[in-house]
Design a binder for this molecule. Structure first.
Ligand code: UDP
Length: 284
């Protein structure tokens, strides 16, 4: 994944040589959908039923517990089809990992005299007197408001981590398993991402689940409508800023979440500078 020319040549035993060849092949497979609304529409419209069923239908049913026809088109649109040979998952010009890993990065960010960390403490158990004048809340927005309009649905994952006594488990960092009969959706082997060289290898299986920590908002019109009701409440609160996947019920990637946080910081820094009359010192 994503489907590219190599996929087509391998799956159908073809010899498509150029982008134009692959585009023509895909155009012949495509089954135009008049009004593209769902995650099924967007894929079938682009690549037809066979590729859709092979790569998207089972994976999506497992991942979301819903058929692609029940999910907003934005979900499968995250993985567009290619006609070239590029087999990277993301096309961003700059792709990187924190040098010493995410754990170290967050430890360093939190290691600041102005930051107190209270783990295992539920925000909702805090007394009003313990709250700062301004809260940045990144938990589930429906929980913040006591689920008063009913719960927003979230999807979770269970991870099965294994350390294997072998140098390498698979050829690439991530292998997806679209077959509905296989209970997990993908296996990640980290050393491909980190570049670590070691005699053993660490892998993780992902099992989608309705229970567990909320990881994914579920993009569908009725969920968005429910979120909008919570968002209206949030907009009335100038003592709280809601951020992140759970706070704004958006299926954000890491880079988008960081972008949202930085943009919010800039706005906040300007507001504070105006309030205190100080010159803006917003650092980039
Ligand atoms: N998807 C799929 N087959 C795949 C990969 C993705 O059907 O092999 C669909 C599936 O619905 C998935 C969505 O595309 O939830 C977005 O995929 P992505 O890899 O971006 O999901 P994430 O990494 O956020 O779990």
């Amino acid at each position: 994944m994503p489907i590219n020319r190599t996929t087509l040549n391998g799956l159908y035993d073809l010899n498509l040589q150029t982008d134009e060849d692959a585009a023509a092949f895909l155009a012949a497979q495509a089954e135009p959908v008049e009004k593209i609304e769902t995650s099924r529409d967007v894929v079938v419209n682009a690549v037809g039923t066979h590729l859709y069923e092979t790569f998207f239908q089972g994976y999506t049913r497992k991942q979301w517990g819903l058929d692609p026809s029940e999910l907003d088109k934005s979900v499968t649109s995250r993985v567009p089809t290619r006609t070239n040979l590029d087999d990277r998952y993301f096309l961003d010009s700059f792709q990187a990992m924190p040098r010493d890993g995410f754990t170290r990065m967050f430890e360093k960010m939190l290691d600041h005299p102005n930051i107190d960390l209270a783990l295992g403490a539920d925000y909702h158990d805090l007394k009003p007197s313990e709250l700062a004048p301004l809260t940045v809340y990144t938990g589930p927005i429906d929980a913040f408001f006591g689920h008063r309009f009913g719960p927003l649905p979230y999807r979770s994952l269970h991870f099965r981590h294994e350390i294997l006594d072998q140098r390498r488990f698979q050829e690439v960092a991530v292998v997806n398993y679209p077959d509905e009969a296989v209970p997990y959706t993908r296996i990640t082997e980290y050393k491909h991402l980190t570049g670590q060289v070691a005699p053993r290898t660490s892998i993780t299986y992902e099992y989608p689940s309705a229970e567990g920590d909320p990881y994914y908002p579920i993009p569908r019109p009725e969920n968005q409508a429910l979120y909008k009701k919570y968002e209206a409440l949030a907009n009335q609160r100038d003592d709280v800023i809601f951020l992140g996947r759970l706070g704004t019920y958006r299926y954000y990637n890491m880079d988008q979440v960081v972008g949202q946080a930085l943009a919010t910081y800039r706005r906040l820094a300007e507001r504070m500078a105006i309030q205190t009359g100080a010159a803006s010192t917003a650092a980039e």
